[in-house]
Design a protein around this ligand. Structure first.
Ligand code: G3P
Ligand code: MG
Length: 237
């Protein structure tokens, strides 16, 4: 079962910061998950929420600020004073960390609240420029974007869902992918066992205990997103 660091090593470092991604890059795990939004001036900002309120000392929407404005705020202190120098990174700054590592890069396109029409294409262009296309995996709760990726590009992609579907294998097949990223509660529903049996590739978020990780491994889950990749690496056989 593959291990992906969720928002970087976000259990021990402030999520989606260079510190969290450097910690993940130093581990022999399979990959890393990175959340992205689009700024007012069309840059790709690495942050989970639509607003900067929870994870910085600022307030407001990412879409209403330029990248320079966003980088004025402290993205580490909310987690611990130790990380007070951290800033909201650009996707390019994060890509640089993984330039010479073998990690898979799962970019979560955060377009389910604001559609960010050009975000997918900008992420793909940047990965292309950096020579990272063969390690790229895009995912989104916005399945219209996943459909766009499947129809218009060769990039690997997955639908994200915490919802229960009658036949999620078939739903994803119509969109054009076999890969499904489901929430932990959904992982133990019939939907997921059916999908595994039919041939879906299933990853589960967010798995932070070894007990859950072992149960998921037993039912044949292919990958997990965890805030504690180091712990999982040590304990998971
Ligand atoms: O991509 C897996 C997971 O990150 C999806 O949910 O809210 O943690 O971005 P969220
Ligand atoms: Mg995410």
């Amino acid at each position: 079962m593959k291990i992906f660091a969720h928002r970087g090593s976000s259990g021990t470092h402030p999520e989606n910061t260079l510190a969290a991604f450097k910690a993940a890059a130093a581990l022999p795990i399979d990959g890393v998950e990175i959340d992205v939004h689009l700024t007012k001036d069309g840059e790709i900002a690495v942050i989970h929420d639509e607003r900067i309120n929870r994870t910085t000392d600022g307030k407001g929407y990412v879409k209403d600020m330029t990248m320079d404005e966003l980088q004025e705020y402290d993205a580490g202190s909310w987690f611990s004073e130790e990380w007070s120098g951290e800033r909201i990174p650009t996707l390019d700054e994060v890509f640089e960390i993984f330039e010479d590592t073998p990690h898979r890069l799962n970019i979560e396109i955060k377009s389910d609240v604001f559609p960010y029409d050009t975000l997918v294409d900008k992420v793909i262009n940047l990965a292309n420029k950096r020579g990272l296309m063969d390690r790229l995996l895009l995912s989104s709760f916005n399945h219209e974007d996943v459909l766009h990726i499947c129809r218009e590009t060769e990039v690997k992609s997955a639908i994200l869902t915490s919802q229960i579907y009658v036949d999620v294998y078939d739903y994803a097949r119509v969109i054009g992918t076999k890969q499904i990223h489901v929430s932990l509660p959904a992982a133990f529903r019939k939907m997921t066992s059916d999908a595994l049996r039919k041939g879906s590739i299933v990853y589960v978020y967010t798995v932070n205990t070894i007990e859950y990780a072992e149960q998921l491994q037993q039912i044949g889950i292919h990958g997990i997103f965890t805030d504690y990749p180091e712990r999982m690496l040590e304990k998971l056989k």
